[in-house]
Design a protein around this ligand. Sequence first.
Ligand code: AKG
Ligand code: FE2
Length: 334
Amino acid sequence: FSTIRRHNSGKKAQHGLHYLPPATNLGYIDILEKTEVEDSFGPPTYLQGQESIYSTYQRISVSEKNVIDFSLSKLSSAPHIYHFKGFLSNGECIDLMNAAENVEQTQQEAAAIMDGESQDNCLKTASVRSKCIVSWLNNVSNGNSDVLTIPRELGLVTGNILLTDEAKKNGWCEPLQLVHYMGNGGKFDLHHDGLRRGITVLYYLNGVGNTWFPFANENDILSTNDIKNRNDALQLVEKYDMQPGTHGVLVAGKNSQILKSHLANGGIDKEHIIEVNQGDAVAFYNYKTVNGEVVRDWNSIHAGLPTTEEEGEKFIANHWMHCDAFDENWTRRS
Ligand SMILES: O=C(O)CCC(=O)C(=O)O
Ligand SMILES: [Fe+2]
């Protein structure tokens, strides 16, 4: 983890968010909700406070070899969602998008255009991705090719921040998945990532967003309802007439029509809409340990809203981090 440096050495945060001292400072941990034992599927204790955590970090960009300053803040506690602002350089984003195009041309199966693919094998719920091309890049370091080094670098830095010590010991990371949605109707319906994928990191490669977490920051709804499956979630969305932009957390690109319409109608509620640019990332936790059992946190259910003609194509990448030694079939990896 030599390329990551954390530098919040007592300076005041910008943007008016609360500044907190580093996690190693015991005084800081004292003011957090104390969890006796860290859940290896949850955030490390230093990310669990009720405040919006604001920290700045540095990493070295793989493409240009210059220093990238990025910041970390918290978007929601149930589920735990974090925003990495300015995490990738534009050069890295472009390299990854180009790499995806190359994979798409050479590996037809991996690049199948998916229409109506059923994503969730575990529960056979019909969550569906449409009008998108998917490809994968390995997290292997390759000294000869910068672009092949990017996935590994990104995973090391985000994993170093997001994983507990226990998860760092036993956990592992899937290859980087690149998803290229077409410009008119490319979408991923409301779903839980499942497959024992402890943490999802979404990288916004071209600044087009509209990822919606309907239950994030909806503490009132969550306090009186228990979501046990996708159907429960769909029913609640209907019952409370939940809308992206006014309910939950919407991660919106600059050209998002929902964002624009809120701006035109009196402004955005920053609790419910977060603007992202090319190179930002958003990470969230999908599981939790309850009485020693690893179970889905259904609050993390989310959707990639349909792209529109005006917003154009959307290009994202996903890292799925696993917080223990088991694989997606619940089998221990040897
Ligand atoms: O497209 C998005 O905004 C979300 C993608 C997603 O949820 C996934 O790939 O699992
Ligand atoms: Fe997802």
